[in-house]
Ligand binder design. Structure first.
Ligand code: HEM
Ligand SMILES: *[C@@H]1O[C@H](CO)[C@@H](O)[C@H](O)[C@H]1NC(C)=O
Ligand SMILES: *[C@@H]1O[C@H](CO)[C@@H](O)[C@H](O)[C@H]1NC(C)=O
Length: 586
């Protein structure tokens, strides 16, 4: 069934659960010529319940038999107090509003002393795992057995359509050549956007005003992305910026009110809605029977993108008809897409996925690097020393110079470890059940493989794996870039590289990884050439965006976090991140 037809899917499910058993019962009654009369009222519902119970039992028996064939054990189940683990669902829904990002899952893993669990909410098997042996299997070694899955497509269909994040067939072949090497033109774009970004920071710093860096970096990454995607700078860095004390909270960070603001807001709202659907699980369509909640936001996004796509297709027509496609180095991504298809919807959807991939992730990385530089001034000093050594106070960051910034890479890797921009993700078994490999040897377990049922969701959590003390050592929650430089701790990672996978792994690993390193390093060099002190302006954070007081009494990063990390497809800081930039004396 097409993923857009979520209501039809729900209707068929209702039929399966209620109408099918009722029909069977009424046929039986007719055959045996029994008229239940008033007894029909209790008997029909009782039959429906009995039917569900018998079905549950037969499924369990069939799964157990299959598991035995694989020599696999069942995945431990979360045992809630209420039928269908409804109390667990309610606990999760409450936690999403007030608790630390992904903490509710971490608590379950700790409570059950297991790195992989079946939450089985509303009688649907849903596997959650923080075990990199299992995410590695899902993403690479067992890749053919999994896909993004129907549930995910259904949630994101209106928003992302045929884009690369919403399809399993191979669109990568179109996109990949674009990322095959460091394109010089990318660096020219970085320079233009960085100059503008630094002008803004300088202005604010000169008048001692804080800067909302999450918003600023989202503009930087969007303007840069739009140039290489559409060949047309969207100029969001020239728009109205958030102002400390005046700007309200948007769906993720700051709410701004220029035309860019309306696009960004629609983009973020759509992400929030899709995330809520994921949290509601299988039955989210119940809450959107009469209205697809993403539709006004998708409409706003399309109003904005469609003219750009039309322009690209017209440009293509205008180019000499016999000239054929233009060489890769000279064209932008949209022209590249237009050379391979005339379908404006496909082009638009691919662009939107590319925007999502390149804007939010890299902006998130940059925001958390600045956050950590504010919390750890010694890291900022060391980073600056390296930048000055290789690039001087105003040298242009070239590909080669950036390659030499070893400590910069360590800081980026360490930031991606603690705050992976994609903190959790999900896949689904394609058809048949399979056996997951045994959990990582570090965790106490008997080394048996685990039974993974057919057509079942599996959520994995880079953010939890990458903070696991069993894998990273007792200081796993601490930000320490030296981890990537020094012997014993680096050995841990080298011996078990899948314990760090912020860019994912396997055939669908991020194709923008090098681009992201280059882009992030570029702007950080430009910032550090001029600034050496970064101070959080917590008083400028909008009301309600600071962490609740009770976090202080918890363990791990939660107890020390100065801001509130949230997740809606990508990680973000609630209300944005307000920072004072201190000019260096050179
Ligand atoms: C720090 C920055 C970035 C991080 C942490 C990141 C992370 C990821 C992750 C985790 C995935 C896998 C998603 C999934 O399979 O569901 C992914 C896929 C992807 N990324 Fe990135 N990414 C970053 C930057 C970029 C940039 C800058 C671009 C493009 C310019 C990009 C383009 C893509 C594309 C096209 C895919 C889809 C690949 C596929 O599904 O075959 N990413 N990225
Ligand atoms: C910086 O401030 C000056 C004076 O207030 C203003 O004219 C200029 O447009 C500002 N530049 C930027 C990039 O914000
Ligand atoms: C950062 O991670 C990348 C990707 O795994 C790796 O190639 C690189 O060596 C790491 N850099 C540092 C400084 O550890």
């Amino acid at each position: 069934m097409h993923p857009a037809r979520y209501r039809a899917r729900l209707f068929l499910d209702v039929c399966r659960v209620f109408i099918l058993p009722s029909t069977v019962l009424s046929c039986i009654l007719r055959i045996v010529r029994v008229d239940l009369g008033l007894f029909a009222f209790p008997i029909y519902p009782a039959f429906i319940v009995a039917w569900a119970i018998v079905k549950g039992i037969t499924t369990n028996v069939a799964q157990a038999r299959e598991a035995a064939q694989f020599g696999a054990k069942p995945i431990p189940r979360v045992q809630g107090k209420w039928p269908g683990n409804i109390d667990v669902l309610l606990r999760m829904m409450a936690a999403f509003k007030t608790s630390y990002v992904c903490d509710v899952y971490l608590q379950l893993f700790e409570e059950y002393q297991s790195t992989t669990l079946n939450t089985r909410i509303l009688w649907c098997d849903t596997i959650i795992t923080m075990d990199q042996e299992h995410s590695k299997f899902v993403l690479s070694t067992g890749f053919q057995r999994f896909w993004r899955g129907t549930a995910q497509k259904e949630r994101m269909e209106m928003f992302l359509g045929e884009g690369i994040f919403n399809r399993d067939d191979d669109h990568r072949s179109t996109a990949r050549p674009f990322f095959a090497r460091d394109r010089i033109s990318d660096f020219e774009i970085f320079e233009r956007c960085a100059t503008q970004t630094l002008a803004i920071i300088n202005n604010l710093s000169a008048s001692s005003q804080p800067c909302e860096v999450q918003d600023l970096f989202s503009r930087f990454t969007l303007d840069a992305a739009s140039e290489f995607l559409f060949g047309h700078n969207l100029g969001t860095l020239s728009g109205a910026l958030p102002i400390a004390g005046k700007t309200a909270m948007g769906p993720k960070g700051s709410a701004t009110h220029d035309s860019w603001g309306s696009f960004a807001q629609a983009f973020e709202m759509a992400q929030q809605i899709v995330t809520t659907r994921a949290r509601l699980g299988y039955f989210w369509p119940l809450f959107e029977l009469f209205r697809d909640k993403t539709s006004p936001h998708t409409a706003a996004i399309r109003r904005w993108l469609d003219p750009l796509v039309r322009e690209a297709l017209e440009q293509k027509k205008a180019r000499s008809p016999d000239g054929g496609p233009s060489p890769l180095g000279e064209k932008n991504f949209m022209q590249h897409l237009a050379d391979s298809t005339e379908d404006p919807v496909l082009i638009r959807d691919q662009l939107l996925s590319m925007l999502l991939a390149s804007r939010d992730t890299t902006a998130c990385l940059l925001t958390f690097v600045v956050y950590f530089m504010a919390l750890h001034p010694e890291v900022a000093q060391k980073l600056r020393a390296e930048v000055l050594e290789h690039c001087g106070v105003d040298g242009t960051p070239t590909v080669d110079r950036i390659r030499n910034l070893k400590y910069m890479r360590a800081v980026i890797n360490e930031t991606l470890r603690l705050f992976p921009p994609v903190p959790l993700n999900v896949r689904e078994t394609r058809g048949a059940a399979c056996a997951l490999p045994p959990p990582d040897a570090t965790y106490a377990n008997d080394g048996a493989p685990l039974y993974m049922p057919s057509r079942t969701l599996i959520m994995y959590f880079p953010i939890l794996t990458q903070r696991s003390k069993a894998l990273w050592g007792a200081d796993a929650d601490e930000f320490d870039p030296e981890r990537w430089v020094d012997g014993e701790r680096l050995e841990r990672f080298l011996a078990n590289p899948s314990m760090w996978a912020p860019f994912s792994a396997g055939p669908r690993i991020c194709i923008g990884q090098e681009y992201a390193y280059n882009e992030a390093s570029y702007i950080l060099v430009r910032v550090l050439q001029q600034f050496d002190r970064f101070t959080l302006a917590l008083d400028a954070q909008p009301a309600g965006s600071l962490p609740p007081g009770e976090w202080k009494s918890r363990t791990g990063r939660q107890a020390v976090e100065q801001v509130w990390p949230g997740s809606a497809m990508t990680l973000y800081i609630k209300g944005g991140l307000w920072v004072h930039f201190g000019k260096s004396d050179r």
